[in-house]
Design a protein around this ligand. Structure first.
Ligand code: DC
Length: 229
């Protein structure tokens, strides 16, 4: 059967990864969470003390980029692909509000994007991949056979994220989460390098009032149509 690239872009907390994982499983494709890669670089920068002085001097991080090795590995217990930073599983550590509050700044650094985009292109070179992020359909794989752009209202997205963080035992307020969602939207959409924009040929999915099953079915059917064409 023909293998394709499925590019899923959109705002944070729109459920991109939930639908992407399910699609990858149903099609027996590889799932790549590119947000996890930007988060892992952010974690590295935080752990090295490169971004704790409030200044925007990212030179130490840029100089250290070659020392950052990212790899996805399947967790045999969950069957999920998880990110490893320099041989350590950091899948959970990259999901804190602290990492979330710095990641947009790190993702706006051109040298960081160049490194990660190259790695993403290598991972998708053989096709049969579902990749989610912000610039997959526009920059990483402008030739992807299926492109989706997911969106939902900021309040809805903050509710989802708040619930997730509470379930994980993080002490956060809904207001802080909403502010983080809004701040990230602004930085992600207005940065100079690869801003979050909808690819012209992307299918838009506003899931403010749409359940997981309906979203999945719509995208899955579209994917099968393309694969079988
Ligand atoms: O999808 P996420 O929330 O885990 O992504 C974390 C951050 O990384 C998000 O604020 C934007 C950035 N990002 C990006 O700039 N480009 C991508 N392809 C993926 C994520």
């Amino acid at each position: 059967m023909k293998k394709i690239i499925i590019a899923i872009d959109g705002y944070s907390s729109t459920g991109k990864s939930t639908v992407a994982k399910r699609l990858a499983k149903a099609l027996e494709y590889i799932y790549v969470d590119t947000g996890a890669m930007y988060r892992a670089v952010t974690l590295y920068a935080l752990e090295c003390g490169f971004i704790d002085d409030g200044s925007d001097n990212f030179n130490p991080l840029i100089k250290a980029l070659d020392a950052i090795v990212l790899r996805f590995e399947q967790n045999p217990e969950t069957g999920q692909s998880e990110i490893h930073l320099n041989n350590k599983n950091v899948e959970h550590k990259i999901r804190t509000l602290e990492v979330s509050s710095y990641v947009s700044k790190i993702a706006a650094i051109p040298e960081v994007r160049k490194k990660l985009v190259e790695q993403q292109q290598q991972m998708g070179a053989v096709k049969g991949v579902v990749m989610d992020g912000r610039d997959i359909g526009t920059v990483v794989f402008p030739e992807a056979e299926l492109k989706l752009f997911m969106t939902a209202s900021p309040a809805k997205r903050a509710q989802r994220r708040y619930k997730e963080l509470m379930e994980r035992g993080e002490e956060v307020t809904y207001e802080a989460v909403l502010k983080n969602v809004q701040d990230r939207d602004l930085i992600d959409s207005s940065r100079d390098v690869s801003p979050l924009v909808k690819a012209k040929d992307a299918m838009v999915l506003d899931n403010s009032n749409m359940g997981h099953e309906e979203q999945f079915q719509r995208i899955y059917q579209k994917a099968l149509e393309i694969i079988n064409s």
